[in-house]
Design a protein around this ligand. Structure first.
Ligand SMILES: [Zn+2]
Ligand SMILES: [Zn+2]
Length: 227
């Protein structure tokens, strides 16, 4: 097989108000996360700018079910009719439109919690999974559980890159400060599980790591800080 002809899934980061959404593109397009409800106009405009038509989308996949990552999903689903997917650990909160416990990892999280704990339009997920192969959805990638930030947090792995949601953050203030410096998210439902999941990510060894806020990050920088 000619290595140059090997399929390569393209990841495009879309910066929204406080979080990032992503498109994974190959034969089809998978949208990863949908931002807050208020981010939908920005997200749909960005999809248009990147040449993604509703008919190209095969799946709306969620790194986890928090307000700032799946808040726009109900509107997008109405608009596109595309199926939605979430790990089983976060399926219940997604169908109820609530974040679940936001446990601060430090004093900033304790201060920010009341500004960030919003309900969102509930969505009944079409696909609830433990692990997921994205090839049937037209991209060479797989989804593995990396719990800790929430019970159903996942990482999406392509041949060389990863999207980790809120397993890690890039910098502070939604990536406005030091976006490429790996930091611990303000909240973790289970901090020891989160650290185990960071270890798992280091073993997978993707060259570039896309985060739900700020980023992207280099694996070497993550290893220096968390290895
Ligand atoms: Zn989150
Ligand atoms: Zn987030």
């Amino acid at each position: 097989m000619n290595l140059l002809a090997r399929p390569r899934t393209l990841i495009t980061q879309i910066r929204l108000g406080i979080s990032n959404a992503f498109v994974l593109r190959e034969r089809r397009t998978v949208l990863v996360d949908s931002g807050r409800p208020a981010d939908v106009p920005t997200l749909t405009a960005a999809l248009g700018r990147h040449g993604v038509r509703p008919a190209d989308l095969s799946l709306i996949l969620h790194t986890h079910a928090h307000w700032d990552h799946c808040g726009g999903t109900r509107q997008l689903k109405r608009w596109t009719g595309v199926p939605t997917a979430v790990h089983r650990g976060d399926a219940d909160r997604m169908s109820r439109g609530v974040n679940g416990p936001l446990r601060p990892t430090g004093p900033v999280g304790a201060l920010l919690r009341r500004f960030l704990d919003h309900p969102f339009p509930p969505v009944q997920p079409d696909l609830v999974f433990e692990e997921l192969d994205l090839r049937p959805f037209g991209v060479e990638a797989r989804v593995v559980p990396t719990p800790g930030h929430s019970a159903g947090s996942v990482t999406i792995l392509t041949a060389e890159e990863a999207i980790v949601g809120d397993l890690l953050m890039g910098g502070y203030a939604a990536g406005k400060l030091w976006p490429h410096v790996p930091t611990l998210h303000y909240f973790a439902e289970d901090l020891s599980l989160l650290r185990t999941s960071i270890g798992k990510l280091l073993e997978y060894g993707p060259a570039r790591v896309y985060t739900g806020h700020g980023g992207p990050l280099d694996l070497a920088a993550i290893r220096r800080r968390f290895g």
